[in-house]
Design a protein around this ligand. Structure first.
Ligand code: ACM
Ligand code: ZN
Length: 544
């Protein structure tokens, strides 16, 4: 009795309601055992690691704690009060275990990514202020003097993801996002164990990746463009809703001689390397997409010989060898910049009718014994697939790549929610699938349409797959198309808090997903999102 009272007194003094802090982790871990007590981070804190490969993970955690707390935080090979330990190394295993008690925290995993997952959980065990720059919290005192106790509740967590593909796709073509804005999204993804960033780098409205072999792709009138209908729509909404997040940012305008003010931007190869390195530290793979053969207005505009009509209208002409050479040379540079297994060729929404009117495309169809223009696209995709494979890469494409025949090594992004048989069809042929049906996972769709609840409760994984087919489901991602998303603030409004539902759908087994359990955890995370400066959409908001 006395002991309980003493505990309650301690709680009162510490300003918390119970002896055991409530652990609210998203995505929900496999097993959490809460224990009494906590680890109070000491003024002089060392993060130790047992394997040289973990040095960047330790430095990453050190940076988070140095930015947010007044503590003196170091990281070093060897022992620390926060210990990162790699055992039985296995790159494919993302599991981790986190043990904390009054003496310290131990994160154990089989891979760098597992350790990073453990760090994400540790962040969520710490007070929300860990997500904040101390200088922002208390600027008049140079960040000093306002910190509470930095405590990690005593827990034992064993955790393992259900899917290895847990992603977000961003479209910086329709509206541009700077390197800094992109990095902030990567930071937010890392906190919720989202580990694939699909970067849509080319489209009709612009080409966003510097390609040394084809410098015109990022020329002033290709990576930049005149105002279009979507820009005007955004501005109308900005005015109508009095919403600055819908304004087109001035920082992306540039005066181009003979054209006036144009909108756009691109990433230099150095910037891309920087973003790739930044993501890698956070355990995130970047999947680049250079969309071919459709969605190529920008490339066809500056290199007219790429299109059937030679007047700048897409798609790429597949009858001409020069187009195939172009595709290979562009991807050569992609392969050098992105060190990951998967590269996306896009392949969606191709206006194939143009090929049926092009003499050179017709010749190709005849010479290759193809039946029609769908098979022409499949011929191109298979050619590029061999090229990817020869460079040690695997090809990914939107689900239109199924049409006209698909080879075994291609992975399919199921996006057309109104084609419910895509996962069934692809997996029955032995092809892997990443799920991103627009009916659930298009985050550019209004939050009142693809609602948080719809995403959380939905059967995103089709229920009619056999166990063998289920093994071919790699995971899921949400897509953020940015025609109507002109700013980072608007992007955050569309993405959060839905990204937390996605994270749990992809990490936690379906049988452990319960809305009534998720919602209170989510609510407890809203202050964390605020601390991160995320302009998320409050739960009760009505349109827009
Ligand atoms: C897509 O939304 N066109 C993949
Ligand atoms: Zn053609």
């Amino acid at each position: 009795m006395k002991k309980r009272l003493a505990l309650c007194m301690t709680c009162l003094l510490m300003g918390i309601g119970t002896a055991m802090a409530t652990v609210n982790i998203i995505p929900k871990p496999t097993k959490v055992t809460e224990r009494e007590g906590s680890f109070a981070l000491p003024k002089d804190l060392t993060i130790g690691y047992n394997h040289a490969s973990l040095a960047p993970a330790a430095a990453y955690l050190q940076e988070i704690l140095t930015r947010s707390t007044e503590l003196l935080v170091r990281s070093k090979a060897g022992k620390g009060r926060i210990q990162l330990t790699l055992i039985l190394p296995d790159e494919t295993n993302e599991d981790y275990e986190l043990l904390s008690d009054k003496k310290g925290v131990l994160i154990t995993a089989h891979s760098y990514r597992g350790i990073i997952n453990g760090i994400a959980t540790l962040r969520q065990l710490l007070p929300v202020e860990v997500e904040q720059d101390k200088m922002m919290r208390n600027p008049e005192k140079n960040g000093k003097g306002s910190d509470g106790r930095w405590e990690v509740p005593a827990v034992s967590i064993q955790d393992s993801p259900n899917f290895h593909w847990r992603g977000l796709m961003l479209d910086p073509v329709r509206h541009f996002f700077s390197v800094e804005e992109t990095k902030r999204l990567l930071d937010q993804m890392a906190l919720y164990k989202l580990n694939k960033f699909h970067w849509h780098l080319s489209d009709n409205e612009g080409f966003r990746m510097e390609v040394k072999a084809y410098p015109e792709l990022t020329g002033d009138t290709v990576a930049w463009r005149r105002f279009n209908g979507h820009d005007r729509e955004c501005l109308n909404r900005a005015a109508k809703e009095n919403n600055p997040a819908m304004l087109i940012p001035w920082k992306y305008f540039k005066e181009v001689e003979g054209f006036g003010e144009l909108y756009g931007g691109y990433y230099t190869q150095d910037e891309i390397r920087d973003v790739v390195d930044y993501a890698a530290v956070r355990g995130i793979d970047i999947i680049p997409e250079i969309d071919m053969p459709g969605h190529n207005g920008a490339a066809c505009y500056c290199y007219r010989w790429l299109s059937c009509t030679q007047n700048g209208r897409e798609p790429l002409c597949l009858g001409r060898q020069s187009t195939i050479d172009f595709a290979e040379k562009v991807y050569d540079e992609v392969f050098k910049l992105f060190p990951y297994e998967y590269v996306s060729i896009g392949g969606d929404e191709v206006n194939r009718r143009r090929w049926s009117e092009c003499e050179e495309c017709k010749k190709r169809i005849e010479a290759e014994g193809l039946k029609d223009v769908s098979e022409l696209q499949a011929w191109f995709t298979k050619h590029m697939e061999r090229y990817f494979n020869a460079h040690g890469r695997r090809i990914l494409g939107w689900d239109e790549i199924l049409e006209g025949g698909l080879s075994k090594t291609a992975t399919v992004h199921w996006w057309r929610g109104d084609h419910p048989d895509v996962a069934q069809k692809s997996t029955s042929m032995g092809n892997e699938v990443v799920l991103c049906p627009f009916t659930f996972l298009y985050f550019d769709y209004a939050q009142d349409d693809n609602t948080l609840r719809k995403i959380y409760d939905g059967d995103i994984v089709p229920v009619d797959l056999t166990p063998a087919q289920l093994k071919l489901i790699k995971g899921m991602q949400a897509n953020i198309w940015c025609e109507r998303i002109p700013t980072e603030a608007r992007m955050q409004w569309m993405v959060f808090p839905r990204a937390l539902a996605l994270a749990e759908k992809a990490w936690t087994p379906r049988t452990d997903q319960h809305w009534d359990d998720f919602l209170p955890r989510l609510q407890s995370h809203l202050t964390r999102l605020e601390a991160m400066g995320i302009q998320y959409r409050p739960l009760q908001t009505k349109r827009p």
